[in-house]
Write a new protein. Structure first.
Length: 111
């Protein structure tokens, strides 16, 4: 899972996702429990096929939105997330993510 825990995969299912009139069909993994109690995790391939996704503060979802260029979020408005294992900041155009390593940043020791 995204939080480092494991979960049971119960197989695959062909899923049809309908968001504001846009339909995407995709094969998905089925799990009884997802990270942080989420009902679904949308990967970037699905978000791209929906032509972008925006979720408002009231939880309503819009697709077919363009986030870069004519940004929905004004460049002056900064968004940030500070979680237990990472922090992220959005400057209106680009997300910057920093991992919070438990001990120290890992280094590859292979050739």
């Amino acid at each position: 899972m995204l939080n480092g825990e494991t979960t049971e995969c119960r197989g695959e299912a062909l899923v049809e996702l309908l968001v504001n009139g846009t339909v995407v069909r995709n094969r998905c993994l089925v799990a009884p429990v997802l990270v942080c109690g989420a009902d679904v995790i949308l990967e970037l391939d699905i978000i791209k096929r929906l032509r972008g996704v925006a979720i408002s503060k009231d939880g309503s979802v819009s697709c077919g939105v363009k986030l870069c260029g004519s940004a929905m979020i004004p460049p002056a408005q900064q968004l940030s997330i500070d979680d237990t294992d990472f922090s992220a900041a959005f400057d209106g155009h680009v997300w910057t993510v920093k991992w919070k390593w438990r001990n120290r940043e890992p280094r590859l020791s292979n050739n």
